[in-house]
Design a binder for this molecule. Structure first.
Ligand code: TSJ
Length: 649
């Protein structure tokens, strides 16, 4: 291979000689294959999808530079990926430093992305900012075609090695870059792409890059679908999208932007009548869930501007102050900044560290929001009223919490009327069953072992935690009994040492209503008693669905599959044997003895411990679930009922 014949960019034959720099190149890509996780996070499903983002980021850079307006991402049969753009096309001319075509360097040198072609402007970039060469190293094969200057240039690779040198394969009248690759089965545990994951990510990128048209296509047989996304309004439309199911407090999304010293900041925001704060921040199109300087700058400026405006309009008097939290109640906000050299910090490198960006965002919001409020006094008044109400509610909540704390401090609160407590006092030995409905509660009370099992029935419509402010949660007649029975307080005052039961068991039907109550309770625990879940004290009871009887033999089944299997087993070799199958319709229909035998007897029952992940998902389900508008909520429940029920298995 010392003197192998290769084609130059113009198609002439030249002798190729490997030199020291090229050996370094190959060593670089070997490193990627040795420790892929270092470059793309993981080799599971998320890493597999990350490959696509790394490629697309290059096209987005080209769009940011002003030369690309369309990007297409396609999943092909066999789960290969094709990304196409209509940019200028990756440069193909031979580079001074390396003596190789720029195109080759892009795919074979680690960290080569965007650093050529005269002051390459790089503001996009994946989580680890690595690029095309990493994707190349981790692909069984990769083909790139560049349409440029009237010719189509093509080059092929396998696992980072060149398999076909760059050559001209045809003529063209357009410009752009197309890359097709097949993730290497030797490197990835998971090889099947999920259209929804790519689609969601590409939609986010379309929101973040106003006017950029992104198409996603699934061309795998039997799964054909496609979408086209282009948002002239950019992050304004992102906010509108998030607020789709909410009652907004002012018609138009507030938009602010500014540029300084080569950095750019954009903010879009809109209040709704709910109580949650949703701030999504991005740096160079990368999501920063841990926040950072851009979020800090926004929050400080928002609080300052609203307080100043309140004083100026006389709504706030003297020393009146609205806190930052109160200024953000019911706020949906997107912050997007673009800067030359982002510093990502924090546990997952998802927090922006550049302090100059805090000043930039602060300045932009201070100036532009003040002007907006001057020009839209009605909106200004609405926002101030919202913040003031939040402020009063927070004060009421603080008092309610104090009173609960005082009660517990004074030799323990009176236990709730509905609680059927157990005799044992040592929390390590006791269990609390939280049971949906009065009739199931009655059966559980009669069926339990009262030495160590306590029962708390919950009945009627549960409080919707999403729609309730903290003070309502504290004073709520459904949740207060739970708080009191557990005895450990809530929120900042929560103290596991005071917990009265070390097993907290949610017992609800395996239907949509049961799933609903479970989701509500998990969300409540997640938000107000998180250590309870983190330390593994929360369980879900697993009631059976079927009872099968043959003669004197009785068996229980927890799913339809299990029912069929047990039925076959009971019949044995005798096809005529009669197996009686009855369905448990709900907890309420079991008699106390049955409930004990099937669901509560520690010797026989199944309990499923709730993991933090379950609670996080419940919380997310909730956030989407509990918009103000009923129709989307209903559709969502129906679509997710299966998942919610699955919490139990
Ligand atoms: F990942 C990748 F590198 F393979 C890749 C790059 C994949 C895809 C689908 C597109 C791209 C890409 C790169 N699209 N557009 C560009 N543009 C450039 O590389 C480019 C073109 C011209 C100039 C110039 O200064 O003339 C500079 C650059 C960086």
């Amino acid at each position: 291979m010392e003197n192998e014949k290769v084609l130059s960019p113009t198609g002439e034959e030249t002798a190729k000689e490997y030199d020291a720099s090229e050996i370094q190149v190959l060593e670089g890509l070997e490193a990627v294959r040795k420790r892929p996780g270092m470059y793309i996070g993981s080799t599971s499903k998320s890493g597999l999808h990350h490959l696509v983002y790394e490629i697309v980021d290059n096209s987005i850079d080209e769009a940011l530079a002003g030369f690309c307006s369309e990007i297409t991402v396609q999943i092909n049969d066999g789960d290969t990926i094709t990304v196409t753009d209509n940019g200028r096309g990756i440069p193909v001319d031979v580079q001074q430093q390396t003596g190789r075509p720029a195109l080759e360097v892009v795919f074979t040198v680690l960290h080569a992305g965007g650093k050529f072609g005269g002051g390459g402007y790089k503001v996009s970039g994946g989580l680890h900012g690595v690029g095309a060469s990493v994707v190349n190293a981790l692909s069984e094969w990769l083909t790139v075609q560049v349409h440029k200057d009237g010719s189509i240039y093509q080059m092929k690779f396998s696992r980072g090695h060149i398999t076909e040198e760059m050559k001209i394969v045809g003529k063209t009248d357009r410009t752009g870059t197309t890359v097709t690759f097949k993730p290497d089965p030797e490197m990835f545990e998971e090889l099947t792409y999920e259209y929804d994951i790519l689609h969601t990510r590409m939609r986010e990128q379309a929101f973040l890059n106003a006017g950029l048209r992104i198409r996603t296509i699934d061309a795998r047989p039997g799964r054909e679908q496609s979408d086209e996304m282009c948002y002239a309004g950019g992050i304004r439309e992102f906010v509108t999208y998030i607020n789709t199911n909410k009652e907004t407090l002012h018609g138009d999304v507030i938009y602010m932007s500014g540029i300084r010293d080569g950095s750019q900041a954009e903010v879009a925001m809109q209040y709704h009548d709910g109580y949650n704060e949703t701030i999504l921040s991005f740096a160079n199109n990368i999501h920063t869930p841990e926040g950072g300087m851009h979020e800090e700058g926004f929050k400080k400026a928002l609080t300052r501007v609203l307080n100043k405006y309140g004083q100026k309009t006389g709504v706030l008097k003297g020393d009146d102050k609205i806190s930052g939290d109160d200024c953000r109640e019911g706020l949906t906000c997107i912050i997007s900044v673009k800067l030359e050299e982002p510093q990502f910090e924090g546990q997952t490198k998802a927090k922006l560290g550049n302090s100059e960006i805090r000043t930039l965002v602060d300045n932009v919001v201070s100036e532009k929001l003040e002007i907006f409020l001057e020009e839209h006094p009605a909106v200004g008044r609405t926002i101030l009223d919202k913040a003031l109400t939040a402020s009063r509610a927070r004060e009421a909540a603080r008092k309610a919490r104090e009173s609960i704390r005082r009660k517990t401090a004074l030799g323990g609160a009176a236990m709730p009327d509905k609680l059927r407590d157990c005799n044992e006092a040592n929390p390590e030995l006791t269990e609390l069953y939280i049971v949906e409905g009065d009739s199931a509660g009655g059966s559980a009370t009669q069926g339990r072992d009262s030495r160590f099992q306590a029962i708390l029935p919950l009945w009627g419509k549960m409080l919707n935690v999403e729609k309730a402010r903290a003070d309502k949660v504290y004073g709520n007649d459904k949740l207060t009994p739970v708080i009191t029975a557990l005895g450990a307080g809530i929120g900042d005052d929560f103290d596991l040492n005071k917990l009265r039961y070390h097993k907290v068991i949610i017992m609800a039907d395996a239907d949509v209503d049961g799933a609903h109550i479970r989701t509500l309770l998990l969300t409540f625990f997640f938000r107000f008693m998180r250590p309870l879940i983190e330390q593994g004290y929360v369980y879900s009871a697993v009631p059976p669905l079927f009872k099968l009887t043959r003669g004197k033999q009785t068996r229980l089944a927890f799913s339809e599959e299990e029912r069929d299997a047990i039925s076959a087993e009971l019949r044995g070799d005798n096809p005529n044997a009669k197996v009686d199958i009855s369905r448990f319709k709900g907890l309420g229909e079991m008699n106390p003895h049955e409930l004990w035998e099937t669901t509560m007897d520690p010797e026989k029952r199944t309990l499923r411990r709730i993991e933090l992940d379950d609670a996080v998902r419940a919380d997310e389900t909730f956030t989407v679930l509990m918009g103000e508008k009923v129709e989307p909520r209903k559709a969502f429940i129906e679509k997710n009922a299966k998942y919610a029920v699955n919490l139990d298995y």
